[in-house]
Design a protein around this ligand. Structure first.
Ligand code: ATP
Length: 373
């Protein structure tokens, strides 16, 4: 007798029990239909916003818009939640043009389309206008190895300055749960306890700056953001930055991906661990200084063993302005100006020596040591 044909029972959504499940939710492997996925994804972000009391009615908020998936989904979801829950926010897209040919110019074209799609005003601020350097010029002068350090410092300040220009004191970014878990891992692996303490904060504010920065996607998984963008057919730009991603972050990212494939909750678990971590009181460190204050203090920059450049922390004071650019800074010279001064020295040296091949960050480090402020 022939065996009875097996009828494949399609899985139903575990939330509505009515519609067909189309996905396993990356965060907890729950089988969901599209509609229920949208609902849980959006509601979690709404809960994150209200639990942390990120906004007040009437706030003007700038969305750091790169044209990539995270910030595009952020613009879309914030617009939707603002209307659904009547947050009363005035939302503006704020884009920084770092000057990276073949990358940022294309992604900015996406943001310009988003401006129309979401009917939000758009402000574009360029590194070239602010600093007289584009990222392409910086990389050709200082090498690729420290590109993320330069870009990160300059972008943070550019976002602040862009927001200040618009009379806005709150910038939201598309940093997501994976980014935060990666940062926690990186800081643990480096023993960077000062940064570790702050790495899970949803709301941050540089000392001396009136601009707050927050991350409404703090608990949103990268994979879910991509799925949301995909199902909703959002218009975003998906090419990676032309310059290599920060090497150590890349390694932490790979590690996190391997961990997530075995245990999806590990991203949330790392964030919770970071949030609950209480560090022992710090011992006071002594920093080196140079004679007659003629050379740049090691308290400001540090050339790492691999030739990359990092900026070190100083004692912060509020209300100061940078002696070079005049923008608000908790240091005598703001971090952006410290880096730019090093670049200017390098540019001058290149033209004197007529040597096009500058040996990147290591040489820049030597130059920085000869500067005085
Ligand atoms: N050029 C830029 N202009 C404005 N905001 C930016 C820019 N670059 C990054 N940001 C903000 O910082 C967040 C994190 O950026 P990063 O490049 O680290 O991550 P990402 O995953 O590539 O983000 P995205 O997918 O939004 O590009 C972005 O989501 C965005 O809010």
């Amino acid at each position: 007798m022939p065996e009875p044909k097996k009828i494949k029972v399609l899985a139903l959504c575990e939330l509505c029990h009515g519609r067909k499940a189309v996905m396993k939710r990356p965060k907890n492997l729950q089988k969901l239909c599209k509609e229920c996925f949208y609902k849980v994804f959006e509601t979690e972000i709404h809960n994150t916003i209200t639990d942390a009391q990120l906004f007040q009615k009437g706030d003007k908020v700038a969305i750091g818009a790169s044209g990539g998936k995270d910030s595009t989904v952020l613009a879309s979801v914030l617009k939707l939640l603002n209307e659904r829950y009547e947050y009363g926010l005035e939302l503006v897209l704020l884009s920084i043009d770092e000057g990276i040919k073949g990358y940022r110019d294309d992604s900015l074209a996406t943001v310009k389309r988003n401006q129309v799609q979401y009917q939000m005003p758009l402000e574009i601020i360029s590194y070239k206008d602010l600093y007289n350097w584009s990222m392409d010029e910086i990389v050709s002068c200082a090498g690729i190895r420290s590109s993320c350090t330069y870009c990160g410092v300059l972008r943070r300040q550019a976002l602040d300055r862009g927001a200040a220009k618009l009379g806005i004191n709150h910038v939201v970014t598309g940093h997501n749960a994976d980014d935060i878990a990666e940062t926690v891992l990186m800081n643990i692996l480096r023993g960077d306890t000062a940064r570790l303490e702050k790495s899970t904060a949803i709301l941050t504010q540089s000392s001396g700056s009136p601009i707050k920065r927050s991350k409404p996607f703090k608990y949103s998984y990268q994979k879910e953001i991509v799925l949301y963008a995909h199902y909703k057919k959002l218009d975003y730009f998906s090419t990676e930055c032309t310059y290599a991603p920060e090497a150590f972050r890349g390694t932490a990212r790979e590690l996190l991906k391997s961990l997530e494939s075995i245990r999806p909750s590990c991203i949330m678990d790392i964030i919770y661990s970071g949030e609950l971590l209480v560090l022992a009181p710090k011992k006071k460190k002594t920093t080196r200084s140079y004679k007659n204050n003629k050379k740049i203090s090691t308290g400001e920059t540090e050339v790492n063993a691999d030739g990359s450049v990092s900026l070190k922390r100083n004692e912060f004071k509020d209300g100061n302005t940078c002696e070079k650019c005049g923008y608000l800074s908790s240091n005598k010279i703001c971090k952006a100006c410290v880096l730019l001064a090093g670049l200017e020295m390098n540019r001058a040296k290149v033209s004197i020596e007529g040597n096009a091949a500058v040996d990147g960050a290591a040489k820049l480090g030597k130059t920085l040591e000869q500067l005085s402020f």
